[in-house]
Design a protein around this ligand. Structure first.
Ligand code: UDP
Ligand code: MG
Length: 320
């Protein structure tokens, strides 16, 4: 079975059209389909539409969140409710064209665990969004510890095994497009030009975009916490160089007084020591953060050479 997971927040203008587009494409996929619609605390008729679709079509299921928890939370809630062998996450506004799903399924059947859609361009989005999006993915690429392909959103197909792994991530502010890569799943891309919204307005306010960017950057990079350490080290080098210059100057001109520069040197040394201490604390905080997020520590893709006995005892240990 194939599960489509669609987070919806105030999508009354487009939801029906999206449903019809998906249902029209579904017979091509050659497998039963379930459509899981997650209502992220909509204040319009979205839930009523989901209810009526459920009554009309047994393939549709609805999950209603108690309030607006945000797009990533809605995807997380949906992941807990899907049961397909392949799960495809897509937006409710047809900006993630269901026509791409054919190609995704073909690549999945060839053996890829994750097939993500990569935008080659965006239509109908503000210049501000295009520029910030462009910069964000490049910055993320520079600082993150897990390579996350550029210009990809949550629109992707994931094998049930990847979904089972993602369900183990109980962290707050999940950044699914990054966690998906974190699992080390065998990935490939399909490219597409992102069309404009089929109706309605974007539900991503500036605040929500900033929140998502912060979640992405902070949960995949320790750089902000390590910054003071680097700064402290740089200042220490500067302090030592400045001391050497002053000393040389004093040697060349023995009469020169160093009392004018000594306080400045002291300030430099103290500043570097302070940054260093902050950096050391950052290092501890980073470790505490890693512990409280409690991600799986590693993922084994396969093992070889174990006798059945050893393997089953390892499995029973894991179950215990
Ligand atoms: N969405 C959501 N909760 C939110 C904001 C958005 O579930 O708080 C959903 C929205 O209904 C859509 C998807 O997330 O299906 C992407 O949102 P949108 O199209 O507004 O973002 P954009 O494409 O403009 O980045
Ligand atoms: Mg959209």
């Amino acid at each position: 079975m194939i599960s489509l997971l669609i987070p919806c927040y105030n999508e009354q203008e487009v939801l029906l059209l999206t449903y019809e587009t998906v249902v029209a494409a579904a017979p091509r996929w050659g497998e039963p389909v379930e459509i899981v619609l997650v209502d992220d605390g909509s204040s319009d008729a979205t839930w009523e539409i989901i209810q009526s679709l459920c009554r009309r079509d047994p393939r549709v299921r609805g999950v209603r969140l108690a309030r607006n928890f945000g797009h990533q939370a809605a995807v997380g809630a949906g992941l807990d409710h899907v049961s397909g062998d392949a799960v495809i996450v897509l937006d409710a506004d047809l900006q993630d064209p269901p026509s791409l799903i054919d190609e995704m399924l073909a690549k999945w059947r060839q053996g890829h665990d994750v097939v993500y859609a990569q935008r080659t361009g965006r239509r109908g989005e503000s210049l501000f969004k295009k520029i910030t999006g462009h910069l964000f993915y490049r910055l993320l690429d520079r600082v993150n510890e897990v390579p996350i392909p550029r210009d990809t959103g949550d629109f992707a197909l994931m094998d049930a095994r990847v979904v089972a792994l993602l369900r183990q991530f109980r962290e707050h502010g999940p950044f699914w497009r990054g966690l998906r890569c974190w699992t080390g799943a065998k990935q490939t891309a399909v490219k597409f030009e992102r069309p404009a919204r089929a109706g309605g307005q974007t539900k991503y306010t500036f605040r929500k975009m900033a929140r998502l960017a912060a979640d992405g950057l902070l949960s995949f990079s320790s750089l902000p916490l390590r910054m003071p350490l680097y700064l402290g080290a740089a200042l220490m080098v500067i302090s030592i160089l400045a001391t050497a210059v002053c000393f040389g100057w004093w040697l060349l001109a023995p009469g020169a007084s160093i009392s004018a520069v000594a306080p400045w040197l002291l300030v430099l040394y103290l500043a570097s020591a302070q940054f260093f201490c902050l950096g050391v604390m950052g290092e501890y905080i980073h470790r505490i953060y890693a512990e409280v997020r409690d991600r799986p520590r590693w993922v084994v893709r396969s093992t070889i050479g174990f006798t059945d006995e050893a393997q089953s005892s390892a499995e029973s240990r894991k179950a215990a």
